[in-house]
Design a protein around this ligand. Structure first.
Ligand code: ADP
Length: 406
């Protein structure tokens, strides 16, 4: 069974074509600048890379170019579209309706559209991707895998904000959490690697990419996570502030004469690592400068690590203990300095002992704690596309409407 996985953004389509026989990625790529001058498709077939520059006005034309490329004699990996058995779509917001992956029909599409209110930047482009795929591959089953779904097990005490309850009833303002597919993938994978039942472990997963979030996964269920109503809450991120005193918003509006939208933009796009460093949102630049003795960049790294450590402490308390801490995504998988500093400077009281030598590597599955560490610390590269493909396969093969993933 060959499955196409699509992650459709406002001006981009990321894709992977996966052969589920051996879960091998046949091809993957990224189409950028849809609807903007200078659209380009970066396509990969094995180790070979191709760049196609062609104006792409909308998502349907974009997906059409991707499908054409996948069938191309030179660049392609399939002969015709009949070889694609199903399409799995990453969808950001499933709201309170979707706690699991689902087969897409008109009703599901309608609910995803309804949830656009909650994720105005993300759900509309996801819907464009789904509609394009439904049109271009009309007889192929389509499945939605939601970023929020894994966190639907979070209890009320952790998802309600202490604002008048009526706003929860009126607008569904609550913690949803994101990166659920990644937290689910790495936490399950940890249990597999350790050979301990998933249902017996207390796991803290740190997804540290451009966007970053942390989750408490107790006995196989997410019970809390740092992103909230939107992805803005929680950790310090590339360009997002994470937690701040909400009164700063109104203070800035008054002092700087900023509109609500301008403050929203400031906190989402100009804050975090970029805002603090006034240099870059990329952790590689921050680390390099900090190691060379730049005081400001050293401070940025300290703030970034401190916030993660505080959340680990909070979630160890929330679960009344922790067995495994996992680092994943761009920063978590690659930054040995950050992993070491967090473990050594803050987590000793939990019984965490990092093996400094084992920790010196990038981007592979590894246990980086010592054999006598009370808590296992692991690095597990995330693979959201594979989980989307696996859910899609199971739903299609078993003829399910909804897959019980929690
Ligand atoms: P996204 O959230 O966009 O999917 P990724 O998970 O790919 O992001 O993470 C991207 C981030 O990973 C980059 O912004 C960069 O800061 C960080 N990163 C990548 N490689 C390294 C490295 N070697 N050391 C530290 N940080 C890294």
């Amino acid at each position: 069974m060959i499955i196409l996985v699509i992650n459709s953004g406002s001006s981009s389509i990321k894709y992977q074509l996966i052969d589920m026989k051996d879960e091998k990625v046949l091809s993957k790529g990224l189409l950028e600048r849809i609807g903007i001058k200078g659209s380009r498709l970066n396509h990969r077939k094995g180790d070979r890379k191709y760049v196609i520059e062609e104006d792409v006005p909308n998502h349907e034309k974009g997906l059409s170019l991707v499908l054409k490329t996948l069938q191309d004699r030179e660049m392609g990996v399939i002969e015709n579209l009949d070889q694609i058995s199903a399409v799995g779509h990453r969808v950001v917001h499933g709201g309170e309706r979707f706690a699991n992956s689902v087969r897409i029909d008109d009703e599901v599409l309608r609910v995803i559209e309804e949830n656009s209110d909650l994720a105005p930047l993300h759900n509309p482009p996801n819907i464009m991707g789904i509609k394009a795929a439904m049109k271009l591959l009309p007889n192929v089953p389509q499945v939605a895998v939601f970023d929020t779904a894994f966190h639907q097990t979070i209890p009320e005490k952790a998802y309600l904000y202490a604002i008048p309850y009526s706003y929860y009833e009126k607008y569904r303002i609550r913690r949803y959490g994101f990166h659920g597919t990644s937290h689910r993938y790495v936490s399950r994978r940890a249990a597999e690697i350790l050979g301990i039942p998933y249902e017996k472990l207390k796991i803290i997963t740190c997804h540290l990419g451009n966007g970053a979030s942390i989750a408490a996964v107790k006995y196989g269920r997410s019970i809390d996570t740092s992103m909230g109503f939107t992805p803005l809450e929680g950790l310090v991120m590339g360009t997002r502030s994470g937690d701040i005193d909400p009164a700063i918003v109104t203070f800035l509006q008054e002092k700087e004469g900023m509109s609500a939208g301008e403050v929203y933009d400031l906190l989402n796009k100009k804050s975090g690592v970029l805002g603090l460093s006034e240099l870059s949102s990329d952790m590689r630049d921050i680390e390099e400068g900090a190691m060379k003795g730049d005081e400001r960049l050293r401070l940025v790294l300290d703030i970034y690590e401190y916030r993660i450590a505080k959340y680990i402490g909070a979630y160890a308390a929330a679960m009344n203990g922790v067995d495994v801490i996992i680092f994943t995504a761009g920063v978590g998988e690659n930054s040995s300095i950050l992993r070491r500093e967090i473990c050594e400077n803050y987590l000793g009281y939990l019984g965490v002992k990092i093996d400094v030598e084992k920790n010196e590597f990038k981007g592979e599955e590894r246990i980086i704690s010592t054999d006598d560490s009370k808590v296992k610390v692991m690095v597990i590269p995330t693979n959201e596309e594979l989980l989307i493909a696996r859910d899609t396969k199971e739903i299609v093969e078993k003829g399910l409407k909804e897959l019980n993933t929690n």
